[in-house]
Design a protein around this ligand. Structure first.
Ligand code: ADP
Ligand code: MG
Length: 425
């Protein structure tokens, strides 16, 4: 299936790549869907949303989980959703209850969601037993049970046995956790007939297009706070991309490696040699590494009143860089203008504050104009796109899983995907 050619022109609404993928061939496998009527299907979703008290501040992950749950319910399954929220200590903790998520999920599905107040105990068993065909239940935070994340295979396996006992089949749809070898992601798939959910299938398909024969020009934009978080990605994408644009906190290690002074900006001295190696390799491969030529600096972190633009060669010793400057924002946008494939991870600046958000806005805006596949990866980058007011539909794909997409792009094996390729019980 080919890419639908979008209409030309910067402001014309376009048909988007990821949407074609979702509707055309990335849903749940039809032969699996045909088997689920009347069956209890355990779905691992990623419902790990930010909460402010009991209020959900960004329901993106819940919305992304709806299509798979809905497809199963419409096919007549008794859908049992399991998910985590935050990092509780392997024991029940009301601060991390999924109860508000159950309510929001119900609103989005347009049908009530039964909520079990435990993970695999009496409440879970009763709730599942009470489901009719087409009903949906959500189990309490799976990390309230220490077995979920245990490093001990036997402990994890025992918990997976209990989860598996609640269902006849398993669907893995929590993309944000597929890089984790956890009971509800990995071990349960070994115990039940299983299928890949539509969200995971879409994410994997998009990531594959970023690594296997990407359409060219292929531009990778990296930012965010730390170089050390992104080294694996740079390493793996350097010989695939045509251009690498660097901003965010990590750029100062690159500028320093070029011999510039970076004042009090974020700097990872211990990565300077690695960065120099990348620069040498990029040169050999003919990959262009584009660094900003102007920087928004401030006297101290978060001090918006002192924000001013300086040349990258002129960062004052007592200031720190908190965004790429306007000339660089325009240059990055120009470098993206003819791209056919773009992967962007990591904000260009401290976008949480207006004075340092323009670089991120310029890159996000350029991505919305890409005539090809544009992918946003990373939790903060996705949040930036939304808080800066961009329409999510203007991007080819916004990944729901930061860590999982980075590990995939680093070339690592994802246990939650590998296990789906094995036979179920
Ligand atoms: P993602 O979650 O998209 O992978 P990261 O977690 O790597 O992104 O980085 C996001 C954070 O980086 C943001 O909170 C942002 O404020 C911070 N950041 C961006 N530029 C700078 C900078 N110049 N100095 C310090 N922090 C920065
Ligand atoms: Mg982050």
């Amino acid at each position: 299936m080919g890419l639908l050619q979008p209409a030309r022109g910067p402001h014309r609404p376009r048909r988007r790549y990821a949407l074609t993928l979702v509707t055309d061939f990335n849903g749940l496998a039809p032969d699996f869907l045909a088997t689920v009527a009347g069956k209890r299907v355990l779905v691992r979703s990623d419902l790990n949303v930010p909460l402010d008290g009991g209020r959900i501040t960004d329901d993106g992950r819940i919305r992304a989980s709806v299509p798979t749950i809905k497809a199963l319910a419409e096919a007549g399954a008794r859908v049992v959703v399991t998910a985590h929220l935050g990092r509780p200590d392997g024991a029940p903790d009301p601060a991390y209850s999924l109860a508000p998520v159950a309510a929001r999920l119900g609103e989005l599905l347009g049908a009530p969601v039964a909520f079990a107040s435990d993970t695999v105990g009496a409440s879970a068993q009763e709730t599942v037993a009470g489901l009719a065909d087409g009903d949906v239940a959500l189990l309490e935070n799976v990390r309230f049970n220490a077995g979920e994340t245990s490093k001990d295979d036997a402990v994890r396996g025992a918990f997976a046995d209990e989860l598996a006992a609640l269902a006849d089949a398993f669907v893995s749809d929590g993309f944000g956790v597929v890089h984790r070898k956890q009971a509800s992601v990995y071990d349960v798939a070994q115990r039940l007939p299983h299928a890949m959910g539509g969200l995971v299938a879409t994410e994997i398909d998009v990531l594959r297009r970023l690594t296997v024969e990407p359409e060219r020009p292929y531009v990778v934009v990296l930012g965010g706070s730390k170089v050390s978080d992104k080294l694996g990605v740079i390493d793996n994408l350097l010989d695939k991309a045509d251009k690498l644009l660097i901003g965010g906190g990590m750029v100062f290690t690159f500028l320093k490696a070029d011999g510039l002074e970076v004042g009090k900006s974020l700097l990872e001295e211990d990565q300077l040699d690695t960065v120099r190696e990348y620069q040498a390799r990029a040169k050999e491969l003919g990959v262009e590494i584009v660094l900003p030529t102007d920087i928004v600096v401030a006297d101290s972190f978060g001090d918006e009143a002192s924000a001013r633009v300086v040349a990258a060669t002129d960062i004052p010793a007592d200031a720190l860089g908190l965004d790429i400057g306007p000339v660089s924002g325009a240059a990055f946008a120009a470098a993206l203008a003819d791209a056919k494939t773009v992967f962007w991870n990591g904000p260009m600046g401290v976008f949480e504050q207006a004075a340092f958000a323009e670089g991120t806005r310029a890159v996000a805006d350029a991505l919305t104009r890409v005539d090809g596949l544009s992918v946003v990866g990373g939790g903060d980058s996705a949040a930036a796109v939304r808080t800066l007011g961009f329409d999510e539909a203007a991007f080819g794909h916004i990944s729901t899983g930061g860590g999982a997409s980075l590990e995939y792009l680093e070339g690592k094996e994802l246990p939650g995907i590998t296990v789906l390729e094995e036979e179920g019980a």
